[in-house]
Design a protein around this ligand. Structure first.
Ligand code: NAP
Length: 277
């Protein structure tokens, strides 16, 4: 497994596991726990969740999947913007910890920017870090302007990650945001790395995959993972998808493959507002 080094020195795997949509139907819980456990066993030891997913149901499943091997897993969770006040974020984090069955969250993110002042959220994140309830903090769905504003606040410049929509078909961040984060050593977590499956139907992606004897998902993930400082967090509830996604780490894309992908999915030619799902 390759790793990304976070500010502060921790190493996290470049390929993790998403959980959006998990924890909504109780009957499917055991399958989802098994898929997460398989991913962890295969080395995808970064698990991304949020209080929003299944209204806490996904965090409960993550808690079950990491039981007995908590120390091997890097847990990322997110606070709703409306909970991200000085007191609200602390209370939300404590509820998440209970559902996760753990005493600390490795990386705690503001899910997106809401109405509450960013300085209050940062104050809460710093207090949570000081008390050991979270180990790192960061943001999600922050475009360059939000990022610059956050960075200037007390504690903003030790932000570990920004989690945003990034995949072959959503390359807008390459213009400004991605280089800005790289210069500051902030990790970029790419969410919806296969655009919730929609990317896999694209002809050009399928053609490259066929030539490489790989699958479209593996090519889409390998394309993301080749970039320094980028972590991809595909969500897969099916064991065969988990195994397939792990295989992306063994796939090397040649300059010719990359040129073909660039032609079909061009990089941005100008600044674009950050896209969100
Ligand atoms: P995604 O990972 O791009 O796609 C997930 C979908 O693709 C699922 O339907 C999954 O099916 C399918 N899939 C996975 N691997 C596959 C493969 N090898 N072949 C074919 N299909 C495959 O979409 P996402 O869930 O939106 O994004 C990933 C994670 O990012 C989320 O789960 C969440 O943790 C995070 N996220 C964060 C934000 C944010 O605002 N911060 C927003 C969106 C997502 P099965 O489940 O049936 O295996």
């Amino acid at each position: 497994m390759r790793h990304v080094r976070l500010p502060g020195g921790d190493k996290v795997p470049v390929l993790g596991l998403g959980t959006w949509g998990m924890g909504e139907a109780r009957s499917r819980g055991p399958d989802m726990v098994a898929a997460l456990a398989l991913g962890i066993d295969l080395g995808m030891t970064l698990v991304d969740t949020a209080e929003m997913y299944g209204e806490g149901g996904a965090e409960e499943l993550v808690g079950k999947a990491v039981a007995g091997r908590r120390d091997r897993v890097f847990i990322v969770s997110k606070v709703y913007p409306h909970n991200a006040s000085r007191k609200g974020a602390v209370a939300a984090c404590e509820r998440s910890l209970k559902r996760l069955g753990t005493d600390r969250i490795d990386l705690y993110l503001l899910h997106w920017r809401g109405e509450l002042p960013l300085a209050e959220t940062l104050e809460a994140f710093r207090a949570l870090r000081h008390s050991g309830k979270i180990r790192h903090y960061g943001v999600s769905n922050f475009d360059l302007g939000d990022m610059e504003e956050w960075w200037k606040l007390a504690g903003g410049d030790v932000t570990a990650a920004n989690q945003v929509l990034y995949n072959l078909g959503r390359r807008g961040i390459e213009w400004e945001l991605l280089p800005w984060l790289r210069r500051r050593g902030v990790a970029l977590m790419a969410y919806s790395p296969i655009e919730q499956g929609k990317l896999l139907r694209k002809h050009a992606l399928r053609a490259v995959a066929k030539r490489l004897n790989a699958t479209p998902a593996q090519v889409a993930l390998a394309w993301l993972l080749r970039r320094e400082g980028v972590i991809a967090i595909p969500k897969a509830a099916r064991a065969e998808h988990v195994r397939e996604n792990r295989g992306a780490l063994d796939l090397a894309l040649s300059p010719e493959d990359l040129a073909e992908l660039d032609a079909a999915f061009p990089p941005p030619a100008h600044a674009e507002p950050l896209a969100m799902l």
